[in-house]
Design a protein around this ligand. Sequence first.
Ligand code: ARG
Length: 387
Amino acid sequence: MKKVVLAYSGGLDTSVCVRWLTDKGYTVIAVIADIGQKVDFAKLRERAISAGAKEIYVADLKKRFVEEFILPTLKAEGVYQGYYLATALSRPLIAQKVVEIAYREKAEYLAHGCTGKGNDQVRFELSWKLLSPQLKVIAPVREWEFKSRDEEMEYAREKGLDLNLERLTYSIDENLWGVSIECGELEDAGKKPPADAWQITHLESRRDPVRLKIEFDQGIPVALDEKRMEAGEIIVRLNEIGKEYAIGRKDLIEDRVVGIKSRELYEAPSAEILYIAHHSLETLVFDKDTLDFKHLVSLKYGELVYKGLWFSPLRGFLDRFVEATQKKVSGEVEIELHPQVCQVIGRKSRYSLYDRDLATYGQGSKFESRWAEGFIKILSMGLRKID
Ligand code: ARG
C-alpha cells in the first residue's frame, strides 16, 4: 500500500483530501500541527478519522515555533509589505514535521491541501524539496475535479463524511503569531471590512491607556512588567492585552508569489508590539550604518520567509549576521497602548549610544558648537569652488 503523510488542518479542503487520497488507494497519515491556533484538537482528530485517515499525529509545535521561527524573524525584523508573516512562518515548520513523520512511518509521499493560486503550496513544496527531495509530493486540490467549495461539500456528503463544518464566511489561518483573514466580502478591495471579519481584536475607542515594560536580552523578549517569562508566554500575554486595543490590525494588498495581488486582513497584536519595541531598542544601541544596513536585511529576510525560502542558504547566512548584531540589543522599552496605537514612551540599555551630554540643548554640553563651522565648510567643499 502507498503511504502518504498529509499536513492536515481540519478544514474542508484537507478533509476532502484525506478521502480523495484514500479513494485513490493511499494509506493516509494525517499530521495536525498545534501552533497556538484556538481549535478543538480532539474534534479535528475525529474529523480526520471519519474522513478515512489511518493514523493521526497531533504535534505540539508551539515551543519550536517560537524558538526556531518567530524569534529569529523578530530579531531580523523580517516583514513583507507590512505583514508580520504569521502564516508564512508556520509552513516550513509544519513541512519539517511532516517529513519527520514520513521517515518514521516509512512513507514515500507527502501531501498538502493548498490551492494552486496561493503561497502556501510554494512554501510546503520548496521546504520539502530542500529538506527531502526524494519524497514525492501530491497536491490533490490542484489536481482534483471539484471546482468550488460546494462541489467539495457535495462529494463529502456523497461519501458520507461527517465533517460537521460550520459554514464559514472567511478563510482564516491562525497561530500564536497572528491571524490571517481573506475571502468572502473582503474580496472587494474597495470596501471597508465588515466588523465581524476581525477575529481576535476589539476596537473600543474609549479605553484607558495601559503601560507595559518589555525587557530584551540579546534581541529576545525575556520579561514583561519586570516579571521574567519565556518568550512564548510574553507573546501570549501581549496578544491578550493588545487585542483589547486592536493593536496590529492591518488591511493590506499584497503581492503573492504567484503574481496575484490579494487583499488580506491581519491581526497580530503581539508581533506589532514586539517589533516596535525591538526596533526602538535597536535605534538606541546601533550606529547609523548598522541600523541602515539591517533595514535592508529585514526586507530580504521577510521576502525569503514569504516566498517559502526558509531553508535556503541565504536565510541561514542572514541569521548569522543578525545574531552578531543582537549582542547589544539588551535593555528595556516602555510602551503605552491606546486604541490602535502602540507608542514607545521610553527606552534604556547599558549599550545605549545616546549621550545626553552631547544631545542636550541645556547647559554643560560636551559638544562644542564651534566645531560645526569647519565641519560644514568641509562638507560643502566638493559642491562648490572654494574662494
Ligand atoms: N497571505 C498570507 C500569506 O500568504 C496568508 C495566507 C493564508 N490566509 C488565509 N486567510 N487562509 O502568508
